[in-house]
Design a protein around this ligand. Structure first.
Ligand code: NI
Length: 269
């Protein structure tokens, strides 16, 4: 599978689920900006059937390699990022996993039970990154219990395997050529930004600045009926060259730690 096809398919499913992402991309395009895909992110658990290495399979087969590792102690997450070996403009891939051995017995058993139910044809397939949650209907009560301990686990339990976010790399933007300008543009158009940790995460000295929208609330059919909960968010990144003259291609733990919270549940509905 060509990498463009992989990202096109991920985008189609992500855009179908998240109307704001579609609108934001269209707004920047209408403004004459070139939309470059900086990275796409996935979530999973450190169960050997579905861990980072499993989700990375399709990318490794398409000439990607593991580059950076990240630790999020408080959220009990570990993550890696992957880059294409020869195409620097190819989107980076960021995959995180929840470390079940560091979680409560309840969370560990629930998420292992969730993994037990994944159909074998999904488990054994490179296409697992497109699998979503098509084989079950989640319970809202379980979503609420999970998020008492881990918003990350609650999101994964409901949405399964899909792009958690796409990220526009704004380095080639002509008008909105700073993250601050991107943020103002989005707010002028009525979008809500993720403010925890500041609207702009990182600084030029870190070689990476990021911001993100708050995930859209969408109606999910749960076993107990329809509830509106956050889906996916859209992220924006500006990268800078380091002392070696190369554009920084990694990620910042401190920024990513906060950006994970873009999918936190925000209220009853
Ligand atoms: Ni990201």
């Amino acid at each position: 599978m060509e990498i463009d096809l992989i990202f096109d398919r991920l985008w189609r499913e992500y855009a179908a689920l998240n109307p704001s992402a579609r609108k934001i991309k269209a707004l920047f395009s209408a403004d004459g900006e070139e939309i470059l895909n900086d990275h796409v992110a996935f979530r999973t658990i450190n169960d050997s059937r579905i861990n980072i290495d499993v989700l990375a399979g399709i990318f490794l087969k398409n000439n990607y390699e593991k580059k950076g590792e990240y630790h999020f102690k408080q959220k009990k997450l570990y993550a890696c990022h992957f880059e294409h070996r020869t195409e620097p403009s190819a989107p980076k891939v960021f995959i995180s996993e929840l470390l079940l051995d560091k979680c409560s017995g309840f969370l560990r058993e629930t998420m292992t039970g969730w993994a037990d139910q994944i159909p074998p044809e999904v488990l054994g397939s490179d296409e697992i990154i497109f699998a979503g949650n098509s084989w079950y209907i989640p319970s809202f009560r379980m979503y609420e219990r999970l998020r008492e301990e881990s918003e990350y686990a609650a999101w994964l339990y409901v949405y399964g395997f899909r792009a958690n976010h796409f990220t526009i790399g704004i380095d080639s933007f002509k008008t909105c050529n700073t993250i601050g300008k991107v943020n103002s543009f989005l707010k002028e158009h009525g979008f809500v930004l993720h403010e925890i940790g500041g609207e702009i995460k990182g600084a030029p000295a870190d070689l990476l600045e990021q911001s993100s929208t708050l995930a859209d609330n969408i109606d999910i059919p749960f076993l107990e009926g329809v509830h509106s909960i956050p889906a996916c968010y859209y992220e924006f990144a500006k990268r800078y060259a380091g002392p070696d003259g190369r554009i920084y291609s990694g990620f910042l733990e401190k920024s990513a730690d906060k950006i994970f919270e873009s999918t936190n549940f925000r209220g009853k509905s």
